[in-house]
Design a protein around this ligand. Structure first.
Ligand code: NI
Length: 135
């Protein structure tokens, strides 16, 4: 960690009240920690727009009996060998599977891969979470 800087923020009292409720609900130990996390999150979001290198996970839940769906999910992943670190497959119940795919690479490529998988027929829910290293 670099040197620590302090800064003052002017804020509407009601907005601060709501922020303090958010902090308590989340379990942050201090406003500073909450603000730092929000800043990091904003910078990571921004990095997606700048198409920087990111790490992330694609999590999907899909219908196990959907015709050829598992093959399609695997085929798509074989087209992105450089971007996939590992996958974890969980058999949720008789009908559903959950898959988490750890990914890395340019934000645009990772987004493209996620969209291809999430939009497949039979994928009931899917989400890409992108993260990165910010100070
Ligand atoms: Ni399964």
């Amino acid at each position: 960690m670099g040197r620590v800087a302090r800064f003052a923020v002017s804020i509407d009292e009601k907005l601060l009240e709501r922020f303090d409720q958010y902090i308590e609900k989340k379990g942050y130990v201090s406003r500073s920690e909450a603000v730092r996390d929000l800043i990091r999150s904003a910078l990571i979001e921004e990095s997606i727009g700048e198409d920087r290198d990111v790490f992330g996970t694609i999590t999907i839940v899909y219908h196990h009996h959907q015709k050829e769906l598992a093959e399609k999910i695997t085929d798509i992943q074989h087209g992105y060998l450089k971007n996939i670190i590992s996958t974890m497959h969980i058999h949720v119940d008789h009908h559903h599977c959950l898959e988490t795919i750890a990914v890395k690479g340019k934000a645009s490529v990772v987004r493209e891969l996620a969209d291809k998988i999430i939009t497949l027929k039979g994928v009931k829910h899917g989400k890409l979470v992108v993260t990165g290293i910010e100070p």
